[in-house]
Design a protein around this ligand. Structure first.
Ligand SMILES: Cc1ncc(COP(=O)(O)O)c(C=O)c1O
Ligand SMILES: N[C@@H](CCOP(=O)(O)O)C(=O)O
Length: 468
């Protein structure tokens, strides 16, 4: 299996190089040259299998033989051993046709753990095999950071620097990043919003002398391996609700478009999906784009679902590549217009392809609170604000006979203030996370300025001394 960049100007690479690269050297994102095809019999064979076994079958074709089956199976087994639920990602029915896919049973209570627990092991494996170190950078609106730090803390071959918007993440999210005491962990609070953090991360990847000096690697969903690990739960949940013998739909609380792109990938591989529904909060650039064909940035509004307070949805570029027939020139043109004017228009043919697979809806701050309260009253189920956005949007897309799976992206205890304000119940953290709430915090506050961040990383990263 080989991977190409959405912008068409970076070298075609194998899995291990894509894993270490993060962003392609032309600023694009890597995609597999072909989608492995699973026929109905193969998909049906996933029924009743442990999560780890389905994960191996889904992930293995993308690795292209670069990691032995035994090593891959071992890493998958270890990654999911840390999850608090035996099913890893259980389904819970909350209404006659509506299910929540609980993706928050990993160590940091968000769906990011599903991919990050495996990514940490895969990177360590490849770095060890090559005798290298890496400096990992990531931008977070709250959840990626904690999950990445949990996956990489104490690892010998990596230093990890996470950029988060100062004051815009929940106290639980912040403490997951600032309380780990391992020397390779660096939490950087930036005076800006998530998009500023993400733009700086991408800027560092595009600064080649810096990138090469510190052996830069990325763990945001710009890294293909993040998306790959997330494809698995679309198959697992789809099959549990009747696929391949009937279609299922998914509603995905969306920000950076990584999670829902994994659903698109599952669809390309053969999973019968009726609709993939993008659910946004008031930062609704994706819902507007689906409606108008024009991607147009506005300012970011802080909401009770802070992890989705995003306007630059990185992975939308992967969809643009698919919808434009993998035309690197077309993608480069749109991305350059976005950089220059904050907007671009998608041509009608590409929009028609996008609308054939995706629908979208938006949920305001008050509707989010009302959905938390209403769902608790109707079904006794307590939602976090991000999942509540999914539940609200999913209702408008209900189709008889097609099970609707809403991705449950975070545990309500990550956002206790918003949940309590909505329904009067203050969800408690699982006992193993409680000590963190009184532990010593460690963070560095920096201006949202690429040079300051680069200087800080060069001063603190051990990979600068990589003897390659
Ligand atoms: C809890 C939660 N829900 C939803 C999202 C949006 O996911 P994505 O960025 O993959 O679209 C995020 C952040 O990514 C998140 O942390
Ligand atoms: N919501 C995310 C934003 C970063 O997304 P990623 O999937 O690209 O890592 C977060 O919680 O940090």
């Amino acid at each position: 299996m080989k991977y190409f960049s959405t912008r068409g100007e970076a070298p075609v690479l194998g899995f291990s190089d894509v894993l270490l690269q993060g962003l392609a050297r032309d600023g694009g994102l890597y995609l597999p040259e072909t989608w492995p095809q699973f026929d109905a019999a193969k998909i049906a064979s996933f029924a009743g299998k442990p999560y780890e076994d389905v994960a191996f079958e889904v992930i293995q074709p993308f690795v292209g033989g670069e990691i032995s089956d035994a090593d891959l199976q071992g890493m998958i087994r270890d990654a999911y051993a840390s999850f608090r639920h035996k099913a890893v990602t259980p389904l819970v029915q909350i209404a006659p046709n509506q299910f929540v896919l609980e993706l928050f049973h990993g160590p940091t209570l968000a769906f990011k753990d599903v991919a990050m627990q495996l990514l940490g092991r895969l990177m360590d494996h490849v770095l060890t095999k090559r005798g290298l170190r890496a400096t990992i950078v990531g931008a977070t609106s709250g959840d990626t950071g904690g999950a990445a730090i949990e996956a990489f803390r104490g690892r010998e071959r990596t230093d990890i620097f996470i950029l988060f918007p100062d004051g815009r993440v929940s106290p639980v999210q912040r403490r997951q990043m600032t309380t780990p005491s391992e020397a390779n962990v660096h939490a950087l609070a930036l005076e800006g919003n998530f998009d500023d953090c993400q733009t700086i991360v991408k800027g560092m990847f595009n600064n080649f002398p810096f990138r090469d000096r510190v052996a830069l690697s990325g763990v945001n969903s710009i890294n293909w391996a993040r998306i790959l690990a997330q494809i698995v739960y679309y198959f697992v949940s789809g099959v549990a609700l009747g696929a391949p013998n009937r279609k299922v739909s998914f509603t995905v609380p969306t920000g950076n478009f990584g999670d829902i792109f994994a659903g698109y990938a599952a669809m390309q591989m053969g999973l019968p999906v009726d609709q993939l529904i993008v659910a946004t909060n008031v930062n609704d650039i994706l819902a507007r784009t689906l409606a108008t064909g024009r991607y147009e940035m506005k300012g970011v509004t802080a909401t009770t679902a802070p992890s989705m307070d995003i306007q630059i949805s990185s992975n939308f570029e992967r969809l643009l590549s698919e919808a434009s027939g993998r035309d690197g020139d077309a993608v480069r043109r749109m991305m350059s217009q976005l950089g220059q004017s904050g907007s671009f228009t998608i041509d009608d043919e590409a929009m028609a392809k996008i609308r054939a697979a995706f629908a979208a809806g938006r949920c305001g701050i008050e509707e989010t609170a009302a959905t938390i309260a209403g769902t608790l009253e109707e079904s006794g189920y307590l939602l976090d604000p991000h999942t509540a956005i999914g539940v609200h949007v999913a209702k408008a897309h209900d189709k008889p006979g097609v099970p609707m799976i809403v991705l449950g992206t975070a545990h309500p205890a990550k956002f206790p203030d918003a949940v309590e304000a909505a329904c009067g119940i203050r969800p408690e953290l699982p006992p193993q996370l409680q000590p963190m709430m009184s532990a010593q915090e460690r963070q560095t506050v920096l201006a949202a300025d690429q040079k300051s961040v680069e200087r800080h990383i060069e001063d603190h990263a051990r990979a600068v001394h990589n003897e390659v």
